[in-house]
Design a protein around this ligand. Structure first.
Ligand SMILES: NC(=O)c1ccc[n+]([C@@H]2O[C@H](COP(=O)([O-])OP(=O)(O)OC[C@H]3O[C@@H](n4cnc5c(N)ncnc54)[C@H](OP(=O)(O)O)[C@@H]3O)[C@@H](O)[C@H]2O)c1
Length: 220
């Protein structure tokens, strides 16, 4: 079994979530409200290690009523420190690989961080998602990037919905909303179906898609 998973990102018109120099402030007020209501919908919000290091996000619900979900990071090499802001409240989750010594994991445990270990070398996302479901009771995941984690999950068929907000900017380079080797476009490609379109703040566009393929069944 695996949890139902939504990706949420705000990108430029050219599909970038961060500029070459790491600038990533793209949301407007209504987009922040949408982001926080999606957090409140989820049992856990997950980011990749580079996003956690670049932005040190809190990942809590602040702009709408609702409880804050658990907060997780996919971090094979334990680069995100136990002092990260996402770990300062109860509900932090470190998703990493097997084989780290107990002395390296202890500082996280001492802060009450749950540790999920899946795969060797690099996190096995399919196994990690199964463990989130089985061990932590997670049924709904919201993924807030970055591009590397977004594509890693999509390639494994673990994403059910993609929510992107298009901000009226162009970076021309930087990190794409889906970043990595990618699909070759002929035999294999990610395929989505548009579910909803909304204009936010008079110029931002929120797009909600369902993933058609690749997509694993929820009861794998
Ligand atoms: N505008 C927005 O909405 C928005 C949202 C989020 C982020 N951002 C920006 O995006 C940038 C970061 O994005 P990014 O693409 O560089 O990094 P990322 O997706 O945040 O993190 C990628 C890292 O996740 C880890 N990972 C572990 N297992 C993985 C797997 N199986 N598949 C994929 N990743 C795995 C890898 O690190 P390890 O090898 O260390 O595990 C990988 O380097 C930052 O500049 C941030 O500010 C913008």
């Amino acid at each position: 079994m695996r949890p139902y998973t939504r990706i949420f990102s705000t990108m430029t018109v050219d599909g970038r979530i961060a500029s070459r120099t790491g600038y990533s402030r793209l949301s407007c007020e209504e987009d922040f409200t949408l982001q926080h209501s999606l957090r409140a919908w989820s049992d856990i919000v997950v980011v990749g290690s580079r996003t956690a290091l670049a932005d040190d996000p809190r990942l809590t619900v602040r702009r709408v009523p609702g409880r804050s979900p658990m907060r997780g990071v996919v971090d094979s090499r334990l680069r995100v420190p136990p002092t990260a802001r996402m770990f300062t409240r109860p509900g932090g989750v470190l998703i990493t690989v097997e084989g780290h010594g107990e002395e390296r994991l202890r500082p996280y445990r001492e802060r009450g961080v749950e540790i999920i270990q899946a795969g060797r070398g690099r996190v096995d996302l399919v196994q990690a998602w199964r463990l989130l479901y089985e061990r932590l009771g997670v049924r709904r995941v919201m993924v807030e990037g970055g591009g590397g984690l977004n594509l890693g999950l999509l390639e494994k068929g673990l994403v059910d919905e993609v929510w992107v907000t298009v901000a009226p900017y162009v970076f021309g380079s930087g990190v794409s909303v889906f970043e990595g080797r990618g699909f070759d476009g002929l035999v294999e490609k990610g395929e989505l179906r548009l579910l909803d379109v909304k204009v936010l703040c008079g110029g931002w566009v929120s797009l909600r898609y369902e993933v058609l393929r690749p997509r694993l069944p929820l009861d794998v």
